[in-house]
Design a protein around this ligand. Structure first.
Ligand code: ZN
Length: 541
């Protein structure tokens, strides 16, 4: 090797070591226990192209609330694949551990990519404590605000543990027994006996626990105090563009949640998700997407308003992954992109009054008025060619596709996929002191670690406290038998010194010789092993 080559190799290795330490530094520099309150806001599946378009469309190009707190980039990969889905991506943010597809706050079976933790595989599918659960152990109030059903992947990642995101039975039951203070979103039907596989009536359970159960805007507005479950739809809430006056908007729910949670003298943790940013991106639907990003940005504004007058509040915002690959500019603009004026991108979308989903439904009911319906609700008279594509589309899905293709073409927008994308997403942080700000290119799992550090806790220690595996019950002098007589509602009989105690999957209490005793945390059963909080095991006599 000649000397010039040696220098080049040396320089390359220096760059590598510098960039590695630069990656590790931001979190290490952050102080411990600097925040009493934490508000995490997640615009699910928000790619940066959507933010740029929203800024032009709704703010004439002036900064959004988000723009004031830009802090870095987030790497979103799973422990074993580069493109994330919400379940593992939200798990990383909630627990500080990268994991695999479908998993809700449990350890993965594979850790092959950079940023994952190979030790996790040794305890695959064991539950991981979330920042919400950590906050609860510190006596803080906790809340979730979403526009999907609340058992959807992202809110589930913060409040439940399951080996599959589709397991709404377990996820929703844990959410009811997680002792949260404020829950706003959709998903009423998944709590009803009629819609549950296990036939449990969790609506009665919610009421029995002293929650105020609210279902519309009027009841929502009347709430001023206490614990509340607000379930405003059987499953997901409408897109912002389709939202009706009697349904609360995301910024209103965020503001109300802060108002209620901030009454706790120990502080609070709140997770807010702009859930349907992701759904609009999957559909490549530009009007639905930008309206939901705008509503999300308004929710960020609510959080910042609070944090600016309550300096012990940390606000952190990051999407969980990209979606759709939206771009201003598409194949048709390859030759003229630099001369296109701003209204070539915004004029059409500014006049859109409803999502293409709602318009497609209206057109199917009234096919002969397709042109008028487009004119009234999308704000332009379709060309004959455009009209023909909508009329020829023979299903609701096909009509939706025809309508959004027209919007995208008229707005010079491109999309690369109907699925998620693997690029980094933006990190936004508002901390009370610049020294405590998470910056740089970080891992999604650093967000969970950062929040834990901010409130002076440790997630892995909390996992040990909240989830003692049955293989370790011997240390507490306890024997455990699984009772599967009700297959949909397994229970666990723990015995100690001749006394027996019955625990139930997903719940926060046991029934022993002295009756029902509640504890902090929930019983988690991954169909192989049961995990019970240390606090509960220590209560057994
Ligand atoms: Zn997602």
């Amino acid at each position: 090797m000649n000397s010039r080559k040696k220098v080049a190799v040396l320089a390359a290795s220096m760059v590598l070591s510098t960039s590695l330490s630069a990656f590790a530094m931001p979190l290490e520099k952050v102080g411990t226990g600097f925040a009493k309150n934490v508000i995490v806001l997640i615009p699910d599946g928000m790619s940066q192209g959507g933010v740029t378009l929203t800024r032009w469309l709704y703010n004439e190009g002036a900064p959004l609330n988000l723009d004031g707190i830009t802090s870095g980039l987030v790497r979103t990969n799973n422990s074993d694949t580069p493109i994330a889905d919400s379940a593992p991506a939200g798990t990383a943010m909630a627990t500080g551990h990268k994991t695999q597809d479908k998993l809700i706050a449990v350890k993965g079976k594979a850790a092959t990519l950079y940023g994952s933790n190979s030790d996790d595989v040794k305890e695959a599918l064991a539950p991981l404590a979330t920042v919400l659960e950590l906050a609860k152990t510190q006596g803080k109030a906790a809340g979730l605000v979403v526009t999907s059903e609340i058992m959807h992947a992202t809110p589930a990642d913060f409040s439940a543990h399951a080996v599959n995101r589709k397991n709404y039975n377990d996820i929703s039951e844990q959410q009811v027994f997680q002792n949260m203070d404020v829950v706003f979103g959709g998903g009423y039907k998944f709590f009803t006996a009629a819609d549950r596989e296990d036939k449990q009536d969790l609506i009665s359970e919610i009421k029995g626990q002293g929650y105020q159960l609210v279902a519309d805007k009027k009841q929502f507005d009347a709430i001023t105090d206490g614990k509340v479950f607000g379930l405003f739809a059987p499953s997901d809430l409408p897109y912002e563009l389709d939202r009706k006056q009697d349904e609360p908007a995301l910024p209103e729910m965020t503001s109300k949640a802060i108002q209620l949670l901030s009454k706790d003298k120990d502080g609070f943790f709140l997770m807010v998700e702009g859930s349907k940013v992701d759904w609009a991106a999957h559909n490549n639907a530009p009007a639905a997407l930008t309206a939901d990003i705008k509503a999300f940005d308004d929710a960020v504004g609510m959080a910042l308003n609070y944090a600016k007058t309550n300096k012990d509040t940390l606000v952190i915002v990051a999407s969980d992954h990209g979606n759709g690959g939206i771009s201003m500019g598409n194949e048709a603009t390859s030759g003229n992109y630099s001369t296109l004026p701003i209204n070539a991108f915004t004029d059409t979308l500014k006049k859109v009054q409803m999502t293409e989903e709602t318009l497609a439904k209206a057109i199917i009911k009234n096919e002969e008025h397709t042109s008028d319906l487009i004119k009234t609700n999308f704000g332009f008279v379709p060309t004959e060619a455009e009209l023909n594509t909508v009329i020829a589309a023979d299903s609701q899905g096909a009509k939706m596709k025809a309508l959004r293709t027209i919007l995208n073409k008229r707005s010079n927008l491109g999309w690369t996929t109907g699925g998620h994308t693997g690029e980094d997403v933006a990190l936004y942080v508002y901390a009370n002191n610049y020294k405590n700000q998470l910056t740089g290119t970080v891992q999604n799992s650093d967000i969970g670690k950062y929040i834990a550090k901010a409130i002076g806790g440790e997630l892995d220690k909390t996992s040990e406290q909240l989830f003692v595996p049955s293989t370790a019950f011997g240390k507490y002098g306890v024997k455990c038998a699984v009772d599967n007589s009700d297959a949909k509602n397994p229970s666990f009989v723990l015995t100690k010194n001749g006394h027996s105690y019955k625990f139930q999957e997903n719940r926060n209490y046991f029934v022993g010789p002295e009756g029902k005793v509640t504890f902090n945390g929930v019983v988690v059963y991954n169909d192989k092993e049961v995990f019970i909080p240390q606090e509960a095991l220590k209560m057994l006599k």
